[in-house]
Write a new protein. Structure first.
Length: 213
């Protein structure tokens, strides 16, 4: 299954590149820099998915004390940090030609940076506690509390005055986008979800081997 997910992710990413550079038109106002959206938006949505699974795994571990749920939370946290960092990096690349700066203390950017730091702290906690049961309990509590940051990030452009544009999709008031751009976004979103599934499957395999070693 892991190998199949790997091949599907590779095909999806190839399709995403074709959709982003070969199918989607050049955006009239922003030009080619807008194409970073096909990396930026799927990255943040994948990070959301990862952190939701951290929440699910944390709650399930506290309810059942089964290690497989702790492994799910830990693996999802690692992948979520990766995709959040990718979100911030791609956003900075887009921001430089669009806003004239690599970084500004905008509500969306600041809350995303806080989100990244919170989950880096979550991973550091897991690395610092040696006892497996204590580590799983402490991490589960932090994983549940940390999930409150996800809606803050997502709705920050609605709740506060922000330089960042409103959410293109999954927002309270989604921005209208042209069909070819929406299609390219969807293809890349699917590709990133497949990549996430592959990373998660591989990381869970490794975590299982570490537990039985």
């Amino acid at each position: 299954m892991t190998r199949v997910l790997g091949w599907l992710a590779a095909l999806g990413l190839a399709g995403g590149l074709i959709a982003a550079f070969g199918y989607a038109p050049r955006e009239v106002v922003q030009g080619n820099v807008q194409r970073i959206m096909y990396l930026h938006v799927p990255s943040v949505l994948t990070a959301y998915l990862a952190f939701v699974l951290v929440l699910v795994g944390s709650v399930a571990y506290l309810a059942t004390r089964r290690r497989r749920w702790d492994r799910l939370a830990a693996a999802s946290g690692e992948i979520g940090v990766l995709f959040t960092a990718l979100t911030i990096a791609s956003g900075s690349i887009w921001g430089r030609p669009t806003w004239g700066v690599w970084w500004t203390w905008d509500a969306r950017l600041t809350s995303t940076a806080v989100l990244l730091l919170v989950y880096v702290g979550y991973l550091l906690l897991r690395a610092m506690v040696e006892d497996p049961d204590a580590r799983a309990r402490y991490a589960a509590v932090v994983g549940i509390l940390a999930a409150a940051n996800v809606p803050i990030v997502h709705f920050s452009v609605k709740w506060w005055r922000a330089l960042h544009q409103p959410s293109t999709i999954l927002g309270p008031e989604p921005s209208p986008i042209a069909a070819p751009i929406a299609t390219a976004l969807l293809v890349n979103w699917i590709a990133f979800t497949l990549l996430f599934a592959y990373f998660l499957s591989r990381r869970l395999e490794i975590a299982h081997l570490e537990d039985i070693a």
